[in-house]
Design a protein around this ligand. Structure first.
Ligand SMILES: *Cc1c(COP(=O)(O)O)cnc(C)c1O
Ligand SMILES: [Zn+2]
Length: 408
């Protein structure tokens, strides 16, 4: 049973059939999945969702598949918890972490979008999937396409972290490392996509793929006891996740699963690549492309596809945005590890550092509920912190050597 009516242009609202289409023929706006909410509202209840397995398909009525999913049966429903040590350090009363650094199978929030994209690609009958990636998408497409028995072509910038490269190659894709930045990789992929009949998860499958991000917000609301938080801080690359978090909360509100949504949504980027934060701060609504230069490579998209929607989400919800230096990113990675015992990648450092700034500036009040989105795992970006965390104490295998070297 599917509740998908078709695709709809985000700009002019023209409708399209459920096909691998992504851009409006009339106005070149992006297409989005259109659901029959009236029908969904008649069947979907909190109890029904709670009775289902702990994976992202527990919200299946709000996902764009017609048939059964072929991957993602262990993806989603990641930990969500009160961060009491961090609350003390930041001086806030109610802070939560939504932790996709332990998402299945490749340890980032991208496993959600890819579970949907790969299932949809199989439904459409594609035998080959592909993507342009800043790293985490590469890992997840390679892994989940392997599980779904699909051929896989992955395009990345040649200077990615070793953890992201090995974490892709292990699944035996054709991995193409392009001499250029992500925006150049993406442009190349658009040309490849026009010539080959492949399912590009972030090009012709993008409308379906993007829906997977909504489950991150559904889980926050469900795990908070079926209510929305007052503030959410979100890392931003192409701008898809942040706008889908908003869409997810509004859908739950519309379906009566939660009360009124008055959540303010905040964007976080690295100063070395912050076209969206710049647009938020100068109130122009125009996202000017930049050339990325930051250790937060997973967020290093200089020309974000959903940039205007990300800026729109922040403006509509009354949130804000902040950018942080590479120094601040490393400090925040270390702070999260030392307080909450979580090793996040550079993107998580961006989010926590930006949240800290927004709290200190008074943009986020200290006495209201705040959720920080941790979206990736630190084991993949070890070079960012390797030289900044001290060293092991090297000793001989004797008690004398131990007592000589170790301060007690
Ligand atoms: C891709 C990614 C994001 C943000 O993605 P959008 O392109 O803005 O949807 C955030 N965190 C991590 C770790 C990512 O890999
Ligand atoms: Zn249109």
């Amino acid at each position: 049973m599917s509740y998908v009516k078709g695709l709809k242009c985000r700009e002019c609202s023209r409708t399209y059939p459920k096909e691998p289409l992504y851009v409006c023929e009339y106005c070149f706006g992006p297409l989005e999945v259109d659901y029959d909410y009236e029908k969904i509202g008649k069947v979907l209840t909190r109890e029904m969702i709670e009775s289902r397995p702990h994976n992202l398909w527990r919200y299946r009525e709000l996902m764009p598949l017609d048939g059964e999913p072929v991957v993602g049966l262990h993806t989603g429903f990641t930990p969500f918890f009160r961060a009491r040590n961090l609350e003390k350090v930041l001086g806030v009363e109610e802070l939560y972490i939504k932790d996709d650094s332990v998402n299945h199978p490749t340890l980032s929030f991208k496993d959600r979008v890819v579970a949907v994209a790969i299932s949809k690609a199989r439904e459409f009958g594609f035998s080959t999937v592909a993507c342009a990636s800043t790293g985490n998408l590469a890992n997840s497409v390679a892994a989940q396409a392997a599980l779904a028995n699909l051929r896989r072509f992955i395009f990345i910038p040649a200077d990615l972290e070793m953890g992201k490269v090995i974490g892709t190659l292990i699944y035996h894709p054709t991995l193409i490392a392009v001499d250029g930045n992500y925006d150049q990789v993406n442009r190349l992929c658009s040309e490849v996509a026009a010539r080959y009949n492949w399912a590009f998860v972030n090009i012709n499958i993008r409308p379906y793929y993007a829906e997977g991000s909504k489950t991150y917000a559904y889980e926050i609301a469900e795990q908070l006891g079926w209510k929305p938080p007052r503030h959410i801080v979100v890392p931003v690359a192409g701008g898809s996740l942040i706008s889908k978090i908003h869409k997810g909360l509004k859908e739950f509100e519309k379906l009566g699963l939660i009360g009124r949504v008055d959540t303010k949504i905040y964007a976080a980027q690295a100063t070395g690549c912050c076209p969206i934060i710049t647009a938020i701060k100068d109130h122009s609504g125009i996202v000017k492309p930049v050339k990325p230069d930051t250790i937060a490579k997973s967020l290093a998209i200089g020309n974000p596809a959903d940039g205007v929607y990300a800026v729109g989400t922040v403006a509509e919800t009354g949130g804000w945005g902040e950018d942080v230096s590479d120094e601040e990113i490393v400090a925040a990675i270390k702070l999260l590890a030392a307080t909450e015992g979580i090793f996040t990648e550079t993107a998580g450092g961006v989010t926590l550092a930006a949240a800290k700034k927004l709290i200190e500036m008074g943009r986020i009040p200290r006495d209201e509920s705040i959720v920080i989105c941790i979206t990736g795992n630190g084991l993949k970006t070890q070079e960012a912190v390797a030289k900044r965390i001290g060293e092991a104490v090297r000793i001989k295998p004797t008690i004398d050597s131990f007592e000589e070297h170790v301060k007690k």
